[in-house]
Design a protein around this ligand. Structure first.
Ligand code: NAP
Length: 249
């Protein structure tokens, strides 16, 4: 029996990942990944009811367990993955004086290493039957620019873009690999920052196109995954409403 091809979206229990999974479910069954069972079910119930979507619950900070868990999940559900979006992310604002090895490791485990290990599984012919065609990592515009107290997070996002560049070359012409670099958008991850109305107002004023939403990120991801982007690989697509090209005083 032919195995059904899915799009795997990590971090689909919240924020961008949820919006991406819902958007992509219009045209493909999706594997909704995250840790929080209740919020994963909420995402599932908002997806296109025509698809046989699946939920993969796994804590990506267990980087040594990724290969085993995902391989078993795909085999038990008799499915393959044709598209992969890595939206799961860990962010903690940490000025240098309070930076810890653990915070550094957590950022790299969730934001980078887990993405690499998922890619390894998805490229195993025996496991995924050569099904993988297109991949998008959710990076951040801090991959290319500086922000105070974001050093560990930014380093991990630059690393995920490094992973993207190398895999784009290594896996061509079979698989395309790109990154989306969002600007700041209000989600569970950034809620604490934007709760401060003054910061919210100040931030909004620096975005030439005004504030963005998770839907703006989902649109860019959908394009990069699609055949409309068939000659695009190894790129960092900045989706930040013009924030990082704005040098207005
Ligand atoms: N929001 C922004 O302004 C912004 C800007 C640039 C880039 N980004 C990036 O965009 C991506 C999505 O962020 P978001 O704003 O949508 O944040 P969010 O709403 O907090 O969602 C984060 C997602 O990551 C998952 N996750 C976190 N740690 C995990 C772990 N150890 N194991 C498995 N899953 C884990 C969460 O799953 P559970 O809740 O189920 O644990 C959740 O689904 C992240 O990579 C983030 O770095 C965000």
């Amino acid at each position: 029996m032919k195995q059904e091809s899915y799009i795997l979206v990590t971090g689909a229990s919240s924020g961008f990942g949820r919006e991406i999974a819902i958007r992509l479910s219009a045209n493909s069954p999706v594997i909704i990944h995250g840790r929080d069972k209740e919020r994963l079910k909420e995402t599932l119930s908002a997806c296109n009811p025509a698809g046989k979507h699946l939920i993969w619950e796994f804590d990506l900070s267990d980087v040594n367990g990724v290969e085993e868990s995902l391989t078993r999940f795909l085999s038990e559900n008799n499915c393959v993955v044709g598209g992969f979006v890595h939206s799961a992310g860990y962010m903690k604002q940490l000025p240098l004086k309070v930076l810890t090895v653990d915070a550094f490791r957590q950022s790299f485990d969730v934001n980078v290493i887990s993405a690499g290990m998922i890619m390894k599984v998805l490229m195993k012919r025996k496991v995924n039957q050569g099904a993988l065609k297109s991949v998008v990592f959710i990076s951040s515009n801090v991959s290319k620019f500086g922000v105070k107290a974001f050093s560990a997070y930014a380093a991990s996002k630059s690393a995920v873009d490094g992973l993207m560049h190398c895999l784009a070359v290594e896996l061509a012409p079979v698989v395309r690999v790109n990154s989306v670099l969002p600007g700041g958008i209000r989600t569970a991850m950034t809620e604490q920052i934007y709760q401060n109305e003054e910061i919210q107002k100040k931030a909004d004023a620096t975005y030439p196109l005004g504030p963005g939403t998770p839907s703006d990120i989902a649109g860019a991801v959908k394009f990069l995954l699609s055949d409309d982007a068939r000659w695009i690989t190894g790129q960092q697509l900045v989706v930040d409403g013009g924030r990082t090209i704005n040098i207005t005083i």
